[in-house]
Design a protein. Structure first.
Ligand code: FES
Length: 99
């Protein structure tokens, strides 16, 4: 997906891999990749803000929060999780494993 150093901390990065819309978030040297689609309605999570202290991303549309590590909804109106993907770092490069 790119070099770790390409991704600013706490900033959602929208990207498309194999036709799948994803959002990548870096917090320090941890990288999280989720579907770039809120589970409440079809809205890109990459448009929202990241809370680096809690490790959550906010859907800009209605304010639902999701845990970056699990995709679990942390606040209403979302009640269903967002898919997350395995990420690995190899020699400073970010790789995501898609099913
Ligand atoms: S579309 Fe995301 S909270 Fe409603």
């Amino acid at each position: 997906m790119g070099l770790l150093s390409d991704f600013a901390e706490g900033v959602p990065h929208a990207c498309t891999v194999d036709g799948r819309r994803l959002v990548l978030v870096r917090i320090e040297n941890d990288v999280y990749v989720l579907d770039d689609r809120c589970s409440h309605e079809d809205f890109p999570l990459s448009a929202g803000d990241v809370d680096t202290s809690t490790g959550e991303i906010e859907c800009e549309r209605h304010g639902a929060m999701f845990a970056l590590s699990t995709g679990a909804p942390m606040s209403l109106p979302a009640t269903r999780p967002v898919a997350t993907y395995e990420v690995s770092l190899v020699e400073g490069r970010v790789w995501v494993e898609l099913p």
